[in-house]
Design a protein around this ligand. Structure first.
Ligand code: ZN
Length: 453
């Protein structure tokens, strides 16, 4: 029985909707720690997920037993019937255009044709660039993964996709009176050609670590803060983007609920989430077969859109915009971001500095943190930072952290430079999603700065 027949059977038995997402993965993961290969994982796997909607109840079953998908579909159907008995509220899927398409995202150099040994010697070459006396340890990670996907729905959508992704991560540590750590990653949607651009990152982490080793602890209190493009990108994703995910909005777990059309940021702020641009989070169709498109979440300070899958679009009476992504065939799609960008402004970096009177902080690159989309609060650590006094960069700082209310902070953005730099990330929400984010340098006129706990 082919996939279409399996789906047709489930619908003939009374299901409102059914889809099958079949995936074939090809993955490589290498780790080189202090020059020694610590892990090499290379392999292929295949599996599928069947989703069935029956009388407001969902049944979702993931399997790698794709030869018996008919039985898997029966299980999903039973589960949907069971969950319909417990379901307290109505649910449905907002309509989308029926799509039939086949898209292979381009790979100039196919990483499946490069041996693990060659990939290892690429990491070795990167490691040789990190050989300085202040570097105590190195940890280099290489990952590539290519997925061939097929998404078939009971409505007639049939999408075939091939998406290749690749990334390299560099982490180095050193010690002065305390241990300091610097990291940088580079990657994208594409082939082995992307690794070429990682070599520039070696110099960046070395400079950062050396700076941190000579840095002092930061001042604390409310003050102006300039975020570099990487940190401003992470801020856009973490502090704002998660709150714009429609599942959080629909379940009353977002500070943006009920604020569409309202002013949520200063006039110079425009934030988009764009799976169609080149980036680590790009895809032509989401995992429900919805064609991806750019979502302008904030336009000139006004909340304009959410990231929407079909079910939450139905709940919010909005249009699905390609926001459903699943980590792999084992799990059902969730509402996820892609490439989240705060659009460039008109200022130059020196002009942002000139705006800082008295003490301020120039914070570079993200060192982690936490956010609460429901409460609209954030706390971020900068990997690298500098003290600013009356428009001059004075000295390096370490362990810098800043926190606040997202919406208040977005209103306090008073300058954005005319450049755009992007970074990559893995977003966690129960499942991992490949994402990128970016921005220019961004001046927050006032935010709470303190040392890291
Ligand atoms: Zn995230």
């Amino acid at each position: 029985m082919n996939f279409k027949e399996i789906i047709d059977n489930v619908v003939a038995d009374g299901a409102a909707y059914c889809d099958i997402r079949k995936e074939h993965w090809n993955k490589t993961a290498l780790t080189l720690k202090d020059g020694v290969p610590e892990m090499i994982v290379q392999g292929e796997e295949e599996g599928a997920m069947v989703r069935v909607l029956y009388d407001n109840g969902w049944g979702c079953v993931g399997t790698n037993d794709i030869d018996n998908l008919e039985k898997v579909a029966e299980r999903a159907f039973k589960m949907a019937k069971k969950s319909s008995e417990y379901k307290r509220s109505e649910t449905d899927l907002a309509d989308i255009q029926i799509n039939r398409d086949k898209v292979k995202m381009s790979m100039k150099e196919d990483f499946r044709e490069i041996s693990a040994e060659q990939k290892l010697s690429y990491l070795k070459e990167l490691e040789s660039l990190l050989d300085r006396d202040f570097v105590r340890s190195t940890d280099l990670r290489y990952r590539d993964f290519l997925v061939d996907k097929e998404i078939i729905t009971s409505e007639g959508t049939h999408i075939q996709l091939q998406i290749p992704r690749i990334l390299t991560y560099l982490i180095i540590t050193g010690k002065s009176d305390t241990i300091q750590r610097a990291s940088e990653g580079y990657g994208g949607t594409g082939g082995y050609e992307i690794t070429e651009k990682t070599f520039d990152k070696a110099e960046i982490v070395l400079d950062r670590l050396e700076t941190l080793l000579g840095a002092s602890t930061p001042p604390s209190g409310r003050m102006p803060l300039i975020m570099d493009p990487h940190l401003a990108g992470v801020f856009s994703h973490e502090a704002f983007g998660h709150a714009a995910e429609s599942d959080l909005v629909a379940s009353d777990n977002s500070c943006l609920k009920g604020k569409l059309g309202q002013k949520v940021a200063s006039d110079i702020v425009t934030i988009k989430d764009d799976p169609t641009m080149d980036g680590y989070g790009s895809f032509p169709y989401d995992d429900e077969g919805t064609k991806s498109r750019v979502r302008y979440l904030v336009k000139d300070g006004i909340l304009n859109d959410f990231i929407l899958d079909r079910e939450n679009a139905w709940k919010l009476d909005m249009e699905p915009n390609g926001g459903a992504r699943a980590e792999d065939f084992r799990v059902k799609p969730l509402v996820r971001m892609s490439n989240t960008i705060m659009e460039p402004g008109e200022m130059k970096f020196e002009e942002l500095l000139d705006e800082v009177s008295g003490k301020g902080v120039y914070a570079r690159s993200s060192g982690g943190g936490q956010v609460s989309p429901a409460q609209g609060t954030f706390q971020f650590n900068a990997q690298e930072a500098y003290l600013i006094e009356d428009g001059e960069i004075i000295r390096p700082l370490r362990d810098v952290s800043f926190n606040g209310f997202t919406l208040e902070t977005l209103q306090n953005i008073t300058g954005i430079t005319d450049e755009l730099e992007t970074g990559i990330g893995h977003c966690g929400k129960g499942q991992t999603a490949t994402v990128s984010d970016g921005a220019g340098h961004v001046l927050i006129s006032e935010v709470m700065v303190g040392g890291r706990e």
